[in-house]
Design a protein around this ligand. Sequence first.
Ligand code: SF4
Length: 457
Amino acid sequence: MAQTTEGAGLSAKLLSRYAGPCPRYTSYPTADRFAPLGDAEPWRGLAEARSLSLYIHIPFCRSLCYFCACNKVITQQYGLAASYLEQVLQEARWYRQRVQAPVVQLHLGGGTPTFLSDADLRRLIGELGQIFDLRGGDAAEYSIEADPRGLDVDTLDTLRALGFNRLSLGIQDFNGAVQHAVNRVCSAESVAQLTEAARARGFTSISYDLIYGLPQQTVASLERTLERVLELAPDRIALYHYAHLPHRFKAQRLIDTDRIPAPQETIAMQLAAVSRLVGAGYEFLGMDHFARPGDALAVAARAGRLARNFQGYTLMPADALVGLGASAISYSGDGYWQNAHRLKDYAAAIAARGTAVNRGWLLDDDDRLRQWLIAELMCRLRLDKGEFARRAGRPFDDYFHAERGRLQPLLADGLLVEDATSLNVTERGRWFLRNAAAAFDRYLHGAPSGARYSRVL
Ligand code: SF4
């Protein structure tokens, strides 16, 4: 059945009821719970992995976007990137004896991965291929986050030759006033040319990142941006809500708060954008992500084969993730571990120990059950109570007795439906997956409240 906002019963009232701060659940427990590991070594679990995802964080950017919440370094000095690559490769070598699984997924994120010169991109992937089992080819997902400003077609050639088949372009908004208000000016024409060039070179999936709730944005201006986006027809769209947290992200202090749309206006933007995208035939996958019906993610969603990792929804769930670079997170079946955040701490740790891990989390049995449950709700929109009982050794209703009170409003609002054998996310509930997951987050409810997470709206 075609998705519609009306069909889903999505209203401003419902959106505002669930608009409070809430984690995005790219991991469970969420990364803000990570703590010093002591003697624990969750990377030991890498030895059991049969498939691997590899993430490389490239933190450099040439200019500051005022909405930015990423771990980045603004610089014009290319020399910083050259020494950073050395450290990343040194860190990769630390993993050489610890993991043998083939890499089914490689992702370059940032920052701006396309800050790197073509020669350094070649060197990075070439040397990683000496350390890890990089299979490449269409059976693997190689993706990169690219900044369309300053990206040229020669770099697209380089990326394709290195095996990249998925391109994510940071658009945010095409409106000039919005672009100036956030210091990220980029023409729609250049995005159109890059999109066409990437398609011609065989990138099988092109994704745009868009943001609503930015300063100077209005429902009308956003609709014009979406009109242009729909003409360019990217395979996937990630539509994020701008989370204004200036106490956490210094860059956001440069945003004139008077120009940020009011919450009601932001909700109207979300409703308008969602209605526009689903009206144009995009399928809503959940968690801000849309895809054209023929895109592999949409096909996988319909077949109940979606998985989720730190980059969002994915087709190829790997058993483990190795994250290289400052602030990168890794995981294995045993738990999570994260590198030092600041560049200088990362560099010092790599020089001293070959690794820059400084915190993480060892999973216990309860964590694993909740991690599995949250993934089921977010990816398959259904929880099989029988399967849960088999894993837990206890019935679902008994295990989650204490959570009942938190589930009740979600059931009453028709976001979840429950029977004796399953808990299901409704069509309306797909827009509130974060809230459904949060009901099962043991740590969230034991913690002091506050604006440590972005608001859902
Ligand atoms: S939004 Fe992207 S390009 Fe802009 S400063 Fe942040 S990481 Fe860099």
